[in-house]
Design a protein around this ligand. Structure first.
Ligand code: DGY
Length: 321
């Protein structure tokens, strides 16, 4: 029997291209940088399996370009907002993702951003490097305390729950908002109380966004909702940029209606809203949530297992549809 054709859109940690190309028809080695849309469309033609990243848009056009032989799209990410799931499902294409292996790395980064934004790390680092530090200053760069404050987590899935566990170490009170509230036992375990979103925003000193990007969560933190937050509050986004109105957030920061923001994700990556680049109180990272060797290798391993399982007619470990 002819080997099936696969497309791996980029060289990825934990994805053994040489081994896969011994079992499947894999074409040229994956490039070191993201594939252009044109190349993605061209190289998808005739593929039975695609292993791609969150930078690769899998929509009806791509699915048409791949053709009817496509069986699986295995995403090297837990978020699948780059993939049109209903369209894939309609065509009988399995979609898989890489949960769990990146939960701790992402929750750690959320906490790092929370602390860095509260204590003004970006501003302070720049101040020092620019040679403006003239000595210890009792008034200099005062930040917000973290211990004992209220953390509101929006989206209480695996990453949100891992953030709640970290918050205990800082003696924080934890509120959360989720479409489906946790069981009373799980709420007790995490010492977390459910709130509706508006109440969470107005009660919290820190708000951490951990929701997947869906039609329901796009624009969730709108201008009106930002206005509900305390002017002393810190907003952390480790979800997706499109969950927040970035322009409104940049304005709130520049007008000091929000104390600070810790951001890992942006609406139009890799572009960052100019208002955020100008805001000294914004700590900005280039989408590093899962960026540890361990997490990325785990993602590669899972993405490979998902791809191979479907192509061999088995149930994949992490199906989305
Ligand atoms: C994901 O997996 O969805 C992250 O955003 C990237 O690791």
């Amino acid at each position: 029997m002819e080997p099936k054709t696969i497309l791996i859109t980029r060289r990825l940690p934990g994805v053994p291209f040489e081994i896969l190309s011994g079992r499947f028809r894999a074409g040229a080695s994956p490039p070191d940088t993201a594939m252009s849309r044109e190349e993605f469309l061209r190289r998808a033609a005739g593929a039975a399996g695609i292993l791609c990243t969150l930078a690769d848009r899998v929509d009806a056009v791509l699915l048409d370009a791949a053709g009817p032989g496509l069986k699986v799209v295995s995403n090297f990410a837990v978020g699948v907002n780059n993939i049109d799931i209903p369209e894939a499902t309609r065509r009988g294409v399995r979609v898989c993702n890489t949960p769990d292996v990146l939960t701790d790395a992402t929750a750690d980064l959320g906490f790092a951003l929370l602390l860095a934004a509260a204590r003004r790390f970006s501003e302070a680092g720049r101040f020092l490097r620019e040679g403006r530090w003239t000595g210890w200053d009792p008034w200099g760069l005062l930040g917000m305390p973290v211990a004992g404050k209220t953390l509101g987590i929006v989206g209480m899935g695996k990453i949100g729950s891992a953030a709640a566990q970290r918050a205990r170490g800082f003696s924080m009170r934890v509120l959360y908002h989720a479409r489906h509230p946790l069981s009373p036992e799980r709420e007790r375990e995490l010492a977390a109380s459910h709130r509706d979103l508006d109440a969470l925003l107005s009660e919290s000193d820190f708000v951490m966004l951990c929701v997947p990007l869906t039609v329901q969560t796009r624009g969730l933190i709108s201008r009106e909702r930002l206005a509900r937050m305390k002017p002393t509050a810190v907003l952390v986004n480790i979800a997706r940029g499109e969950v927040v109105d970035e322009g409104a957030m940049a304005e709130a920061l520049s007008e000091r209606r929000l104390f600070a923001a810790g951001l890992d994700v942006y609406e139009k990556e890799p572009q960052v809203h100019p208002g955020l680049l100008l805001a000294p109180s914004a700590v900005l990272l280039p989408h590093l949530g899962s960026a540890t060797v361990e997490a990325r290798e785990g993602m590669g391993r899972l993405a490979t297992e998902n791809l191979v399982a479907v192509l061999e007619g088995r149930e994949p470990p992490c199906p989305v549809n």
